[in-house]
Design a protein around this ligand. Structure first.
Ligand SMILES: [Zn+2]
Ligand SMILES: [Zn+2]
Ligand SMILES: [Zn+2]
Ligand SMILES: [Zn+2]
Ligand SMILES: [Zn+2]
Ligand SMILES: [Zn+2]
Ligand SMILES: [Zn+2]
Ligand SMILES: [Zn+2]
Length: 240
């Protein structure tokens, strides 16, 4: 029988799991959790949209801004890096903001760290939808990333795109270089490669990580692990 977990051990395990989650998150932090991509409802017209300084629909400036970087709506000056000093006073609204980000169009608070780092690291830089090619300024909605090809998607296209992105065209199961069945697929280029052609000459591959696509460098998947049509499955059994 396993030993009963003590409170301390339970706590340590929980912490470990959390750290693992954090590490994973940093590499591929969900766009949905970012303050610059948070849901906002316009104070004036009540339409739902992505967090932004001015309403996408009625252009009215939002009186309760949320920082695009740290997500705060109220400055308590805890970190003490405010470029505007407000000793002992909490600030909200216009007295809390310092800038508008050019990329995500949301307010950035007057904290030095947020002001300095947000513009260079804004996660919505180049957030152009892979389907309709609209950028952050051209639609009001939130931004998503396709879980297969990792491209940016707008709210309108996210479901449809992902449904089709998961499946490769029948014809493209063949290796791009030799027409044999390709065991490795790149979901970004929508191409497959065989064992011989997925590896480029003169490059050392790490056995533990997935082989990058020879064309774009995106991680390849094993074709057989993808969601396949029945016709392909037949194909697959026939060849193996
Ligand atoms: Zn509005
Ligand atoms: Zn901030
Ligand atoms: Zn402050
Ligand atoms: Zn931004
Ligand atoms: Zn779109
Ligand atoms: Zn995709
Ligand atoms: Zn090949
Ligand atoms: Zn590729």
């Amino acid at each position: 029988m396993p030993k009963k977990k003590t409170g301390q051990r339970k706590k340590a395990e929980k912490q470990k799991a959390r750290q693992k989650e954090l590490r994973k998150g940093r590499a591929n932090r969900s766009l949905a959790e970012l303050p610059c991509n948070a849901i906002m409802e316009c104070e004036k017209c009540q339409r739902r949209q992505k967090n932004r300084a001015f309403c996408y629909f009625c252009q009215s400036v939002q009186r309760l801004p949320m920082c695009a970087h740290c997500g705060k709506t109220k400055c308590m000056m805890k970190t003490g890096d405010c470029v505007i000093k407000h000793a002992g006073q909490y600030t909200t609204g216009m007295s809390m903001v310092g800038a508008i980000c050019d990329f995500c169009e949301a307010w950035v608070c007057h904290g030095r760290k947020c002001l300095q780092s947000h513009a260079c690291t804004c996660p919505l830089t180049d957030a152009v939808c892979a389907e309709c090619e609209r950028d952050v300024w051209s639609h009001g909605g939130r931004i998503f990333r396709c879980s297969f090809c990792q491209n940016f998607l707008c709210e309108d296209d996210q479901f449809e795109h992902q449904a089709s992105c998961q499946v490769l065209e029948q014809e493209s199961y063949k290796c791009l270089s030799c027409n044999r069945l390709g065991q490795y697929s790149c979901l970004r280029c929508k191409t497959c490669y065989c064992e011989d052609h997925v590896r480029r000459k003169g490059i050392k591959y790490d056995n533990k990580s997935k082989i990058p696509c020879p064309k774009c460098g995106f991680e390849t998947q094993e074709t057989k692990q993808l969601c396949m049509s029945s016709k392909y499955l037949f194909f697959y059994y026939y060849y193996y």
